[in-house]
Design a protein around this ligand. Structure first.
Ligand code: LLP
Length: 431
């Protein structure tokens, strides 16, 4: 199977963390997202242990909320004692509601509104990751009103092209995010930040993109950031304490993709970064990373009920499911790869090549094309694997379809972590 937490039982049913997915679909209904809690915790621990071991004490991962934000994930993050990255007041509110200590959080965003800044100051967010000069002014002013000195990082664009999908590339100079080193604007921002009384500049952040398997762009970005830190030390005597390298490590969605050994990846990054730091003679910074996808993606799958098939002779076959782009817009947006299987008949020959289509009134509502399955019939359970990241968090109510339920499986039992939306939920804000 694609990942070790998946299997097939004696009934020929797909299992996740040992739980029978067909039984789960029966118990909770479909579409249903099923999370393997041990897998989330395992992924977190791999990052946490490797970062401390290879980057040194004090270095740690944050979980990137945007990949999957709900109270449950913040409770897990809190129990595992890692930090979080946030990108909106909504994510912050969710974390606070879950009892997460947000002094261990980093607030991103290329347009933090006054309301966002106010709320984050009130909640005691640990660090703001400042994206532009206007924001520096606002944070300084508002922190003054709070009688506070707000720790910040500056988000810089190192000018790296990681060769991933254009929509998820972020570290190039031409980006809506961050301040470019290359143009000299970063220098101005650093000097400006250092001149502000109610801001404490603790260091720098960069994030080059997402779903990247190659280690080179991460090392290149780190090298450019360190080079920049050296230039600041030499030029104005400023030494940063923190270097936050963002997230972006790739996840195996389909057989032909590699399975990244995150500990080995970090070990190699650390070898490179530690050598750069040592040869430059700068103070060793605390290294922070913000993995999102690689913590939650492979812990989850989505179950659907098949409505039927449609065969168009000389063209292709379609399989219709009871979800689609409202719960997983990633194929429609990025033509993302997914592994699809017929969870209810895993041992049968997969010789029916088809396109898996969602139920929305839109031709682009597809989950995957050219999938080989045993020919599905109405009532079969179809599974899409590796859906923990950027599925629920990007879900919508398009066509007034309620969002699915999310359940977690742990120690041979299952429990709801996000309830299925009801029709009442859909009209709650309609006046
Ligand atoms: N830190 C920052 C500042 C980010 O912008 C992101 C992702 C992350 C961390 C986490 O990256 P990860 O480890 O998850 O790759 N919706 C797209 C992905 C957008 C990623 C945006 N930023 C998708 O579905 O593929």
């Amino acid at each position: 199977m694609l990942h070790k937490n998946l299997g097939v039982n004696e009934m020929g049913h797909l299992t996740i963390a040992g739980a029978d997915t067909v039984e789960l679909a029966k118990e909770y209904g479909t579409p249903l997202m099923v999370m393997d809690e041990e897998r989330i915790r395992r992924n977190i621990r791999i990052y946490k242990d490797a970062m401390e071991r290879y980057f040194g004490k004090g270095s740690y991962p944050l979980i990137a909320s945007k990949a999957f934000s709900c109270k449950y994930i913040y409770r897990v993050a809190s129990e595992e004692k890692i930090g979080i990255d946030l990108v909106s007041s909504g994510e912050l509110y969710t974390a606070v509601s879950a009892g997460f200590d947000v002094s261990n959080s980093f607030l991103h965003g290329n347009n933090k509104t006054d309301a966002d800044i106010e709320y984050a100051l009130e909640c005691g967010v640990g660090h703001f990751v400042v994206d532009n000069m206007t924001e520096l002014d606002r944070i300084d002013d508002m922190a003054r009103e709070h009688g506070a000195v707000q720790p910040i990082l500056l988000r810089l664009t190192p000018g790296i092209d990681p060769h991933t999908h254009a929509a998820i590339t972020t570290g190039k100079v031409d980006s809506k995010f961050g301040i470019a080193i290359e143009t000299g604007q970063a220098d101005e921002a650093v000097k400006y930040a250092l001149s502000k009384k109610n801001i404490r500049l603790d260091g720098f952040h960069c994030h080059i993109g997402s779903q990247i398997f190659d280690i080179k762009p991460f090392c290149d970005a780190a090298r450019l950031m360190i080079k920049y830190m050296v230039s600041l030390r030499d030029g104005i005597g400023y030494e940063a304490d923190i270097l936050n390298l963002g997230g972006g490590i790739g996840v195996k969605y389909i057989e032909s993709q590699p399975e990244v050994d995150y500990a080995a990846f970090i070990e190699k990054m650390a070898e490179y970064i530690n050598a750069e730091v040592a040869s430059s003679g700068i103070k060793r910074p605390v290294i922070i990373m913000e993995p999102g996808r690689s913590i939650v993606a492979d812990s989850c799958l989505t179950l659907y009920t098949v409505g039927g098939t449609k065969e168009i002779p000389g063209f292709k076959n379609y399989v219709s499911i009871d979800g689609g782009m409202p719960d997983n817009p990633r194929y429609a947006l990025y033509q993302s790869d997914y592994t699809v299987c017929l969870a209810s008949r895993m041992n049968e020959k997969a010789d029916f090549v088809c396109t898996v289509a969602g139920r929305c009134c839109e031709s682009g509502d597809l989950i995957q094309e050219n999938v080989a399955l045993p020919k599905p019939v109405r009532g079969d359970i179809l599974a899409v694997l590796v859906t923990g990241a950027y599925n629920y968090s990007m879900a919508s109510n398009y066509n007034r379809i309620p969002r699915p339920a999310v359940v977690a499986v742990k120690d041979n039992s299952s429990f709801t972590v996000i309830k299925r939306e009801t029709f009442e939920d859909l009209v709650r804000n309609d006046v």
